[in-house]
Design a binder for this molecule. Structure first.
Ligand code: DAH
Length: 341
């Protein structure tokens, strides 16, 4: 029995020191020290021993038990430490690995230009008005002196909502003039930017949706000189001192006299190049002195008050600003394009 106990001690100590997990260690505890374990099995045979042998073997058995218990405990501690070390190793964060950069968006370049234009007008005492895109034909046309039968009112030109052509997607920001005259007290200085809609095919210079900026000033003694002075100041601030403009006579039903304003081509300085289609000039807006009929229609006495108005193409301004030649780039929202500005 002594040999048996010694064999258990040897084998168990070997096995314990070779255990690699706490699971294995538990199994060894059961195998050697458990109720049906090997050590217990030996102790159960103690009855067969002589009275002299019994205490000697009993002491040895107790010794073996406590050695195994101590060794299991020690091994357990070691395995726990090892496991912790491995866990720490596995969870190590390498702070030198570059992080993932969150992509931060920014304002569309065209709206950046719009912000600049707004700032300039706000600096001159104008108020920004932004309003409906679905408009009554009365405001989009009639009150602007665009009568029935005018080509702009054609179904082929305009997106109507109703068979009777009374409601539509506005084709211009000019109806904002009427809304301002009807709701504001004089004098009025407004800038009204927004989307407008026409039945145009998409190409390099056309889109069924585009942006206009309407400007209007009404007061006593307002003249064409105020219009030119204001627009020239805006252009100088936007494109730099010395930028040359020219005003050409034109016709609009809601202004009299009417004109169009061109800006000298920023690329060729007037010599003519592909950007300005050889003209040397880029047309950017229509303008004029508000027609007395339009003022009158809104309850403003044209013998006391006068005013100017203009409608500027925002995409045109942006094309010039960013020196790009295709309108579609502005609307495609390709980040590779947008990121350049
Ligand atoms: N609404 C005109 C258009 O879409 C542009 C325009 C011309 C606006 C003359 C005006 C103006 O305010 O006075 O073509």
């Amino acid at each position: 029995m002594k040999q048996q106990l010694e064999a258990i001690r040897r084998n168990a100590l070997d096995a314990i020191s070779g255990a690699e997990t706490s699971g294995e260690l538990d199994a060894l505890r059961v195998r050697y020290l458990g109720k049906k374990g090997e050590l217990t099995a030996v102790l159960k045979q103690m009855g067969k021993l002589s009275a002299e042998e019994r205490p000697v073997i009993g002491q040895l058995a107790n010794e073996v038990r406590s050695i195994l218990e101590a060794s299991i405990e020690e091994r357990g501690k070691l395995l726990k430490e090892k496991a912790m070390e491995q866990k720490l190793l596995a969870e190590t964060v390498d702070v030198t690995i570059p992080g993932t950069q969150p992509k931060i968006g920014k304002k569309h370049p065209m709206y950046q230009v719009l912000d600049e234009i707004k700032d300039i007008f706000i600096g001159m005492g104008f108020e920004i008005l932004e309003d409906r895109e679905v408009e009554l034909a009365e405001y989009n046309f009639t009150k602007l002196n665009v009568e029935e039968g005018h080509p702009a009112r054609e179904w082929s030109d305009t997106f109507y909502f109703t068979e009777d052509s009374s409601i539509l997607l506005r084709t211009q920001t000019s109806p904002m003039q009427i809304h301002a005259m009807e709701t504001k007290s004089l004098p009025i200085r407004i800038l009204a930017p927004g989307r407008v809609y026409r039945k145009d095919e998409v190409d390099a210079t056309h889109s069924p949706m585009f942006h206009q900026i309407e400007g209007m000033a009404i007061d006593k003694n307002i003249t064409m000189a105020d219009l030119k002075g204001t627009l020239n100041e805006v252009v100088q601030q936007l494109y730099g001192k010395g930028t040359v403009t020219r005003f050409r006579p034109h016709h609009f039903p809601f202004t009299e006299p009417s004109c169009e304003m061109d800006i000298q081509c920023h690329k060729c300085r007037g010599a003519g190049c592909p950007t300005c289609k050889g003209e040397g000039w880029i047309e950017v807006l229509g303008a004029g002195m508000i027609h007395p009929k339009v003022l009158e229609g809104c309850g403003i006495d044209p013998t006391v008050y006068s005013g100017w108005a203009f409608g500027m193409g925002l995409e045109r301004m942006a094309l010039g600003h960013f020196k790009i030649s295709d309108l579609r780039l502005i609307f495609e929202n390709d980040v590779r394009f947008l990121e350049q500005f």
